[in-house]
Design a protein. Structure first.
Length: 119
C-alpha cells in the first residue's frame, strides 16, 4: 500500500507547481493517452479560496514570440508542460501562468529562442 501511495505522489509531483513562497494560483497538467485519442488536462487552483477550474487550453491566447515581461519578483510566473500521444501523432504543450493573477498563456514553442542559443 505504501508503494502505491508513493508512486501516486511521485507521478503527481512531476506536474505540480510549488514555490518556496506562497502563490495565489497553481497550475497542474497531465495528459491522457490511448492508441487512438489523447488529451491534455489542466486545472488551475486558487490557493486562497480553494476553487479549482478546468483549463480549456485550446481557447487560451497563444504567444507569438518572446514571452518576457517587465521584471518582477521571483515566482511570478510558472510553466506546466506535458505531451499527448497516440500511435500516429504526438504533441507537446506548455502553458505559462502568472501566479499572482492566474492569467494563462499557451506557448508557441516554435517562436521561442532556444538555449543554448543557436549560432
Amino acid at each position: 500500500m505504501k508503494l502505491v501511495i508513493l508512486l501516486a505522489l511521485t507521478a503527481c509531483s512531476g506536474h505540480m507547481v510549488s514555490n518556496s513562497t506562497a502563490v495565489n494560483y497553481e497550475l497542474d497538467c497531465a495528459s491522457t493517452n490511448t492508441t487512438t485519442a489523447s488529451q491534455l488536462n489542466c486545472v488551475r487552483t486558487d490557493t486562497r479560496t480553494g476553487e479549482i477550474v478546468v483549463v480549456d487550453y485550446m481557447k487560451l491566447p497563444v504567444s507569438n514570440g518572446s514571452t518576457a515581461t517587465d521584471a518582477a519578483p521571483a515566482g511570478r510566473f510558472t510553466t506546466a508542460c506535458d505531451s499527448t500521444s497516440t500511435e500516429k501523432r504526438a504533441d507537446f504543450y506548455c502553458i505559462r501562468m502568472n501566479t499572482e493573477t492566474g492569467e494563462l498563456l499557451l506557448i508557441n514553442l516554435q517562436k521561442l529562442n532556444s538555449f543554448p542559443f543557436r549560432s
